[in-house]
Design a protein around this ligand. Structure first.
Ligand code: GDP
Ligand code: GDP
Length: 515
């Protein structure tokens, strides 16, 4: 290990179909995400993983029910799979039961498995919509856990208490989590100052004054950025290799490292998620996070179950990586699990490179094969059209080094920053060329934009009536930023804030300092 701390903790929701897992998931993930990332686009249709935040702690919530790969499985079997998955990969397990229908054999089976883990298990008796049901829920004490919560995922009843208990049961906060929180707070404070009018709004037309203002504010801006960059750790780029079993993740890493790696086998039930290897890279280093490094024995080593494990393991690796290399098998193309993982990478604000492996054995290959593969991929993953795609062969070594070069490039793009003056010239031009549509007789005015963060690049736009800016207009602005600056492989975030004051009394030049 490179001294890097573990990724976000994982909270797994386990329970038979219809107990309300996805309702609870939506409530926990939907309510929790605050302020600065509010404008992230929904990337995947049905979300199985999401970030949550409660009492200042962030964690990943996983709806293990959604991971079902075999719809033909009996309910008992499905729940047992979920339970095994949660035992293996989660930090806290929420075992959902249904206070309306009461105790069922499927609950019993899952309970038997869950009793064997030493991980915290919280029983949540859902659909306890009223007091009577809450009393009925007491029957679940028979399952044997002391910690039990009567909740109503639909109405929110009891959910706060459950969240308190979840956060209480999480492993201690890592250094990386603390550092990230500080950075977010910094960006947030800056954005608030702006919204409060402590900074000059961007006024179309007054170019000379603007330029003077710009020059004077450069100093303050660089100071702010220096502080922000210093707060970012000076750790080398961390690149996670993720993908389904057998796509060739280990082979790719071996090819990169130029030697056979020892495969560490693990005792079932332990959670070593990945192996980190630091290698020299130019004048610096990169950390390769190998999620395939651990092969499990027995039942879960193959088939759909192994896929579920690889997906969950990928989540943890992604949350502590800067860039994820999603490895696909050229012969299989993109699967639903791959699309979920890609969506998660973007939601987490990480960079993404797609490596299409086993290119050596693509049958009937022509000079068009790669373009065709990419076209299909772009169609199936429209929300990551900016991620570089590369065909490789771990077996022959073709382009394997290029994968790493691309990943490091994306790492750089993810940390790119654009000066406020330059940014506003671009935004003004974009807005003049294509103004927002008129809604209810009013046209939104985009007044001013500034980058408030990197990794991923985050921009705050101040506008009158930002709420009536259509999603497609936000997309337009994002595309303009990408055309001008690239940001290849990295998500960028556009946050829209209300600019409350139309005009403000002139302020001394260079008074753009914070607070
Ligand atoms: P999942 O299959 O475990 O993900 O369950 P869903 O979240 O899809 O919920 C199954 C059904 O239970 C849906 O019709 C929900 O509206 C309903 N449901 C979920 N939570 C509650 C609740 O707190 N009270 C009641 N009465 N119904 C609920
Ligand atoms: P992982 O589970 O994703 O780590 O996959 P492995 O690296 O263990 O590879 C799975 C299988 O695919 C092994 O039999 C490899 O030899 C084979 N494989 C991996 N990469 C390539 C490749 O580029 N070309 C071919 N033909 N086979 C490959």
């Amino acid at each position: 290990m490179s001294g890097r701390s573990a990724g976000l903790p994982v909270v797994a929701l386990v329970g038979r179909p219809n107990v309300g897992k996805s309702t609870l998931f939506n409530r926990v993930v939907g309510d929790a995400r605050a302020a600065i990332v509010e404008d992230r686009a929904r990337t995947t249709r049905d979300r199985l993983y999401g970030d949550a935040e409660w009492n200042g702690r962030r964690f990943v919530v996983v709806d293990t029910g959604g991971l079902e790969a075999a719809p033909g499985d009996a309910i008992e079997e499905q729940v047992q799979l979920q339970a095994r998955l949660a035992i293996g990969e989660a930090d806290v397990i929420v075992f959902l039961v249904d206070a309306e229908t009461g105790f069922t054999p499927a609950d019993q089976d899952a309970a038997e498995l869950l009793r064997r883990t030493t991980k915290p298990v919280l029983v949540a008796a859902n659909k306890a919509d009223n007091q009577r049901r809450e009393q009925d829920a007491a029957e679940f004490f028979a399952l044997g856990w002391e910690e039990q919560y009567a909740i109503s995922a639909n109405h929110g009843r009891g959910v706060a208490d459950l969240l308190d208990a979840i956060v209480w049961a999480l492993p201690p906060e890592s250094q990386a989590e603390i550092a990230r929180k500080e950075r977010e707070a910094e960006a947030e404070a800056w954005a608030k100052d702006m919204a409060a009018g402590d900074l000059e709004p961007f006024v179309v037309g007054d170019e000379e004054a603007e330029e003077a203002d710009e020059a004077a504010s450069d100093e303050a801006e660089s100071a702010r950025w220096d502080a922000m960059m210093a707060a970012e750790s000076s750790e080398p780029p961390a690149i996670a290799f993720v993908g389904r079993p057998n796509v060739g993740k280990s082979s790719l890493l071996n090819a990169l490292l130029g030697e056979e790696r020892t495969i560490v086998s693990s005792v079932p039930g332990t959670t070593r998620d990945a192996i980190d290897t630091t290698i020299p890279w130019g004048r610096s280093e990169v950390v390769l996070i190998d999620t395939a490094g651990i092969k499990r024995r027995g039942k879960v080593a193959n088939g759909p179950a192994a896929e579920r494990y690889s997906t969950l393991r990928a989540l943890k690796a992604i949350s502590r990586a800067d860039v994820a290399v999603l490895v696909l098998d050229a012969n299989d193309g993109l699967t639903a699990q791959d699309a979920h993982v890609a969506g998660y990478v973007i939601e987490e604000g990480r960079g993404l490179v797609i490596a299409v492996n086993k290119w050596d054995i693509v049958e009937g290959k022509t000079h068009k094969s790669f373009d065709e593969f990419v076209t299909t991929l772009r169609r199936d993953l429209p929300f990551v059209d900016y991620a570089p795609v590369i065909s490789v062969s771990a077996k022959t070594g073709q382009r394997v080094t290029r994968v790493l070069e691309l990943a490091v490039d994306v790492w750089g793009e993810r940390r790119r920053r654009i000066g406020t003056g330059e940014l506003n010239r671009l935004v003004r031009e974009a807005v003049e060329r294509n103004p927002p549509a008129i809604v209810h007789g009013k046209r939104t005015k985009v007044r001013y934009a500034t980058q408030v963060g990197v990794a991923p690049p985050t921009f705050v736009f101040f506008a009158t009536e930002p709420a009536s800016l259509h999603f497609s207009y936000r997309r337009y602005l994002e595309n303009r930023l990408r055309e001008a600056y690239g940001f290849d492989g990295t998500p960028i975030r556009l946050v829209f804030r209300e600019q409350v004051r139309e005009k403000r009394p002139p302020k001394g030049r260079g008074a753009r300092a914070r607070r």
